[in-house]
Design a binder for this molecule. Structure first.
Ligand code: G3H
Ligand code: 13P
Ligand code: ZN
Length: 336
């Protein structure tokens, strides 16, 4: 099965009212863990790469790892998606590599940085301009596009916004009609990283139906959706880590968001935590071992356990065989 466009996977998720995880990947072990979870649960899957992941893997390695995943699992629909594309140039690079979907993050200006390395928000008008530019480039090639309206706070290195702005539903209709995005990332109180909340997590879930009402054809995306399981934090700290006051989005709030219409759920941090916890524990418990397959294998297994459960909890399990997958060639017709 070739890689499928994001739009098809999300349209199908809309029909079935379930969420599909979009999991950040940087190396073979993460990809293998996700593929194992998806194969066992019969889940459509979105593998996504940030600009940092593309740099880390010199692009070509990641491309071939994802192609290997598809070759190894020919009966699973898999999307290869660019996460937080900062500009048209990176969008073009991802498409040239064979990505079937791209995010253009026009919500913040990646070319500017404050003293903490955070990026200022772009104006609404500028966001529309860069997002439309990406759609105009990607759609004739059949590639799906995700845009973002509002900004997430957070502490992830590459994607840090200088301030948080929840999505304003009054801007949604104009944004979607002028850009033509297939998917819209909304800011409803989540943030990137392992420190999302200082006290009991509470999302602005009431925004979801207000946004969806103004863009009924566009599929909604939630970034910053890691749950930061406390057992992983404890495991990391028990084996030498120093993660303090880490807190994520509880699964019941994610499931409530899915009920209200969120379909793509971005998860990066939980994979990092699982991998780190598994590796730390293995190395501390096996100080004599220096075979990297042993400890990376332990990290891979930890990711598999955590992500397989998410596939079940998001509701995507069991849906891999629901539809005949489309190619980018098929998708070109959607945008004519
Ligand atoms: O949303 C951002 C992701 O967590 C990517 O992080 O740029 O460090 O790969 P990264
Ligand atoms: P987390 O940091 O919550 O995993 O969010 C990841 C994300 O939104 C990637 O785009
Ligand atoms: Zn994100």
């Amino acid at each position: 099965m070739p890689l499928v466009p994001l739009k098809q996977v999300l349209d199908e998720a809309n029909k079935g009212s379930y969420g599909v995880g979009a999991y950040n990947v940087n190396n073979m072990e993460q990809i293998q863990a996700l593929m194992q979870g998806a194969a066992e649960t019969r889940t459509p899957l979105i593998l996504q790469a940030s600009r940092g992941a593309l740099e880390y893997t010199k692009m070509v390695y990641l491309k071939h790892l994802i192609l290997a995943a598809v070759e190894d699992n020919p009966d699973l629909p898999v999307v290869c998606h660019l996460d937080h594309g900062p500009n048209l140039e990176v969008v073009k690079q991802a498409i040239a590599l064979g990505f079937t979907s791209v995010m253009i993050d026009g919500s913040i200006d990646y070319a500017q940085e404050d003293e903490k390395g955070a990026h200022p928000p772009r104006s609404f008008k500028e966001n529309i301009r860069v997002t439309k530019e990406a759609c105009d480039y990607a759609h004739p090639l059949g590639v799906s596009v995700e845009g973002e309206l509002g900004t997430l706070g957070g502490i992830e290195d590459e994607t840090q916004a200088a301030s948080t702005q929840l999505t304003n539903p009054d801007q949604v209709e104009q944004f979607v009609s002028e850009t033509g995005v297939d998917a819209l990332a909304v800011a409803i109180g989540t943030s990137h990283g392992a420190h999302k909340f200082k006290e009991a997590p509470k999302l602005a879930l009431d925004l979801i139906p207000k946004i969806q009402e103004r863009a009924p054809e566009t599929t909604l995306v939630m970034h910053g959706s890691s749950s930061v399981p406390q057992e992983l934090v404890k495991q990391i700290n028990a084996y030498g880590g120093t993660l303090e006051k880490a807190m994520g989005v509880p699964m019941d709030q994610i499931q409530a968001a899915i009920k209200l219409g969120i379909r793509k759920i971005n998860v990066d941090t939980d994979g990092r935590l699982a991998f780190t916890g598994g590796i730390r524990q293995y190395l501390v418990q096996n100080p004599k071992v220096f075979d990297q397959r042993k400890y990376l294998g332990q990290g891979r297994d930890a990711i598999y356990q955590v992500m397989k459960q998410k596939m079940i909890d998001f509701g995507s399990a069991g849906h891999a065989g629901d539809y005949e997958p489309k190619t980018l060639e098929d998708a070109k017709a959607w945008y004519k």
